[in-house]
Design a protein around this ligand. Structure first.
Ligand code: NAP
Length: 239
C-alpha cells in the first residue's frame, strides 16, 4: 500500500482525487487548511468504505509549519504519491490588481508547491518510485482575463513540473501537471452561469471533479511510468 498526500483534499477536486486514490488501494492523507472538519469527514467516509486514510492540516504558504507536519507524516513512512492540488484565485483585471491579490495566489500555488514538494523529494528518490502531479489550470495554457496572478502562478508550476521531471527521471519518479478547464466545485461558484459555460466550453458543460480524479489516478499508477514532464489538459475541448 502506497502513501498518497493530496493537498487541498478538503476541496472539490481534491476530495474526488482522495476518494479515487483510496479506491485504488492507497493510504490517503487528506490535507486541509481551514477545512479540517471536511477532511476528517472524508477520512471517516473512506475508512467506513474499507479504505485507509488520515487527515492533516497546515497552511502550504507557511514553510515551517508545512515542514513540521511533513516530518511527522514521514515518520510513518515515505510519501510516494503527491498531488499538489491546493489553490486559490483572487481575480481582478490587472490595472486594479492589488499586491495582496498577486502574492496570495502565487504563495499558495507556487510557493506552496515548493514548501510541500521539496521536503518529500529526497525520501521519494530513496525508494526509486514516485508520482508527483501538480494541478494547474487552463488559465496557464490559454491565459484568462482577470487572472494574471493565477495564470502566472500556474504557468510557473508548468515550468517547475518540466524541470523537476528531468531531475528525477532516472529515479523512477514522474512529475506531471494536470490543467483542468471549468470544473464543478465551490471555486467556480458565482464565476460562471450555465450560459457562460455553454459559450466557453465546446462540450457545453462543466467537468466533474471525478473526471479530473480519474486522470490523476492514471498518472499516479504504474501504467503511467513512461509519462513525465507533461502538461495534460482536461477541459471539454476548450483549447
Ligand atoms: P476548492 O474546492 O476551493 O479547494 C481548494 C483547496 O485548496 C481547499 O482544500 C483549500 O483548503 C486548499 N487551500 C487553499 N488555500 C490553502 C492554503 N493556504 N494552504 C493549504 N491549502 C489551501 O477548489 P477546487 O476547484 O477543488 O480546486 C482545486 C485545484 O484545482 C486548485 O489548485 C485550482 O486552482 C485548480 N483548478 C480548479 C478549477 C475549477 O474549475 N474548479 C479549474 C482549474 C484548476 P481548505 O478549504 O481546507 O482551507
Amino acid at each position: 500500500m502506497k502513501r498518497a498526500l493530496v493537498t487541498g483534499g478538503s476541496g472539490g477536486i481534491g476530495a474526488a482525487i482522495c476518494r479515487r486514490l483510496a479506491a485504488d488501494g492507497h493510504h490517503v492523507i487528506v490535507h486541509a487548511n481551514r477545512g479540517s472538519e471536511r477532511a476528517q469527514a472524508l477520512v471517516d467516509e473512506i475508512v467506513a468504505g474499507g479504505g485507509s486514510a488520515e487527515a492533516v492540516a497546515f497552511d502550504v504558504t507557511e514553510r515551517a509549519a508545512t515542514s513540521a507536519a511533513l516530518e511527522r507524516l514521514l515518520e510513518a513512512g515515505t510519501i510516494q504519491i503527491l498531488v499538489n492540488n491546493a489553490g486559490i484565485h483572487a481575480d481582478a483585471v490587472f490595472p486594479g490588481m492589488s499586491a495582496e491579490q498577486w502574492h496570495s495566489v502565487v504563495d499558495v500555488s507556487l510557493n506552496g508547491f515548493f514548501n510541500v514538494t521539496q521536503p518529500l523529494t529526497l525520501p521519494m528518490i530513496r525508494t526509486r518510485w514516485g508520482r508527483i502531479v501538480n494541478i494547474s489550470s487552463v488559465a496557464a495554457v490559454a491565459g484568462n482575463r482577470g487572472q494574471v496572478n493565477y495564470s502566472a502562478a500556474k504557468g510557473a508550476l508548468h515550468a517547475a513540473t518540466k524541470s523537476l521531471a528531468l531531475e528525477v527521471a532516472s529515479r523512477g519518479i514522474t512529475v506531471n501537471a494536470v490543467a483542468p478547464g471549468i470544473i464543478e466545485t465551490g471555486m467556480i461558484e458565482g464565476s460562471f452561469d450555465a450560459d457562460a459555460i455553454k459559450k466557453l466550453v465546446p462540450m457545453q458543460r462543466a467537468g466533474k471533479p471525478e473526471e479530473v480524479a480519474d486522470l490523476v489516478a492514471f498518472l499516479t499508477s504504474d501504467r503511467a511510468a513512461y509519462i513525465s514532464g507533461q502538461i495534460v489538459s482536461i477541459n471539454g475541448a476548450m483549447i
